[in-house]
Design a protein around this ligand. Structure first.
Ligand code: NOJ
Length: 557
């Protein structure tokens, strides 16, 4: 009997992520804008992605590039106007492209009117919109550190109490225990849904429910305690998400993806379970945490291939039939995939490993996300000085590690070259003109000097480019439901150079073989009889698996 599949448009979609600040500037102020996104819609269309996820475009003082929102119903001045947004939505829809917005509601900006009120007095009607505590023995209420270095608490002089901020001190955490806060959030969601947007990517949404008491956390050799066990996947999280679904999302045909550091597959099955009415999918973090070290993300470690296989395979098999995976290698918070998991040391290795990694990810079960420039094989940047960096996480960590933890500045800069979020935030490389065609002004962050070789204009002129390979990956997904829905089985789990797996659906099969080796190696598996080569990143077939080669075979059992 044919196995029935639960089809949904958001399972079959391919999402293209746009970081508007770094995508396309149209007015020469050095900052990307909404008219810039509109100008490049045809580029996204050409690639074949059918959903765009926009990083936050709301009004914001930009302490954390828009993740600190001061007005959820207004557009950031640097990005344009609400009229620009309306045009963008219309023009995207006219091309069959859906628009997903970033929803940042674990915290607001400290310049949001709710917080401006909240801090005024202990009995202000907005006091309870945020998380206020008395100090302990003249210091912070507990030892928690924030995600951007320093304490997670800030003393506010006006009332002499502390407020919680899991990110920067300009990002106070909302108090989700307060039903008024939840109503405000559902209201603002409906405001955008009624405009016709197609979904939300929800920022650190598994941080919104905190435990009732606030005990110290483990310091694990660092300066501060870990808030994780008390704030991540907290006690009321499923209740809140279910309520949000019922109150805001249910009437609309939209997609949702929750950003969830620290989520396990078991939890993901609850968050994304088909009948649970919470979210469609989540962004998990396990595979992007595999190269962490003594100082967390600030490390020079490479991701061990076997660990990568183990992690991705666990997510593939544990969510199969129970929930849904999102598939991503990189985004605005992660270094560039080709530099991190591939090899950008020569033009050939860069091209081959970028295509190989694209193959590996796009042939998995789930909804793939492409981060702007990934389709060009854009690489990490290594700015010579800390003064060239703009990211608050990077700048704060540099200060904390060099001033308080005894790390030498050069060592810290090496970590930053490898893992800073600014690797992803340098301007999109459109062509080889000054500033890569991103702006006619001075860009808010410098362009990666690699733009002379790696840019969209060159890629579009070269039929062999990473761009056209990604286009093929997307087109294949449209053509073969097995790519979206097939079951997954890891092959060769102990091989240190090859990631191979099989997909299967109703008697049809795919064999995916990806090499992580810089040398040619013998092809590690028998090619099944009658198999057709669906895709490869080299010309034709060979008895060897060539450096960073990827092949996808299709056959019937
Ligand atoms: C996750 C976002 O992706 C990141 O860019 C941001 O800094 C934090 N959440 C805080 O909003």
């Amino acid at each position: 009997m044919e196995e029935a599949i639960r089809r949904a448009w958001w399972k079959e979609a391919v999402v293209y992520q746009i970081y508007p600040r770094s995508f396309q500037d149209t007015n020469g102020d050095g900052v990307g804008d909404l008219p810039g996104v509109i100008r490049r819609l045809d580029y996204v269309k050409e690639l074949g992605a059918d959903v765009i996820w926009l990083n936050p475009i709301y009004r914001s003082p930009n302490d954390d590039n828009g993740y600190d929102i001061s007005d959820y119903r207004a557009i950031m001045e640097e990005f344009g106007t609400m009229a620009d947004f309306d045009v963008l939505l219309r023009e995207a829809h006219a091309r069959g492209i859906r628009i997903v917005m970033d929803l940042v509601v674990n915290h607001t900006s400290d310049e949001h009117p709710w917080f401006v009120e909240s801090r005024k007095s202990k009995d202000n009607p907005y006091r309870d919109y945020y998380i206020w505590r008395e100090g302990k023995n003249g210091a912070e209420p507990n030892n928690w550190g924030g995600s951007f270095s320093g304490s997670a608490w800030q003393l506010d002089e006006v009332t002499g109490m502390y407020y919680l901020h899991l990110f920067s001190k300009k990002q106070p955490d909302l108090n989700w225990e307060n039903p008024k806060v939840r109503r405000e959030v559902y209201d603002l969601m409906r405001f955008w849904l009624d405009k016709g947007i197609d979904g939300f990517r929800m920022d650190v949404i598994n941080f919104i429910s905190k435990t009732a008491d606030f005990p110290d956390g483990e310091t694990n050799g660092g300066l501060y305690g870990d808030f994780g066990p008390f704030c991540i996947n907290g006690p009321r999280i499923h209740e809140f998400l279910h309520e949000m679904n019922r109150e805001a999302l249910a009437p609309y045909d939209v997609m949702t993806v929750g950003e969830m550091p620290g989520a396990t597959p078991e939890q993901a099955a609850l968050y994304t379970g088909f009948d649970r009415e919470e979210l469609n999918m989540i962004f998990q973090f396990e595979h992007v945490g595999l190269d962490g070290g003594e100082y967390g993300k600030w490390s020079l470690n490479r991701v061990p291939l076997r660990a990568l296989k183990e992690t991705l395979s666990k997510w593939q098999t544990e969510l199969d039939g129970r929930g849904w995976n999102s598939l991503y290698w990189n985004n605005h918070d992660q270094p560039r995939v080709v530099s991190r998991f591939g090899d950008d040391s020569t033009p050939l290795f860069r091209e081959k490993s970028a295509k190989m990694l694209g193959t590996l990810l796009h042939m998995l079960q789930g909804t793939p996300y492409i981060y702007q420039g990934e389709e060009l094989g854009m690489t990490n940047v290594a700015f010579p000085s800390i003064d060239d960096y703009r990211d608050i996480e990077t700048l704060n960590a540099y200060r904390e590690f060099t001033e308080r933890r005894g790390v030498a500045p050069d060592e810290m800069l090496a970590y930053i070259h490898k893992n800073s979020r600014d690797n992803a935030r340098t301007p999109m490389q459109w062509d080889d003109s000054p500033n890569a065609g991103f702006t006619t002004g001075t860009p808010w962050i410098a362009v990666n000097p690699a733009y002379r070789e790696i840019n969209a204009k060159a890629a579009l002129a070269d039929p062999n480019s990473v761009f056209y390979y990604y286009k093929k990956l997307i087109a294949l997904r449209r053509e073969y439901p097995i790519i979206v829905y097939g079951h997954y089985r890891l092959l060769l789990p102990d091989d240190d150079r090859v990631y191979a797996y099989e997909r299967s659906l109703n008697g049809e099969k795919l064999l995916v073989v990806c090499s992580f080796s810089r040398e040619a190696i013998p092809f590690p598996l028998p090619v099944p009889e009658g198999a057709e080569l669906l895709l490869g990143n080299y010309e034709g077939e060979s008895g060897d698996l060539r450096p960073f080669e990827a092949r996808v075979y299709r056959y019937r059992e």
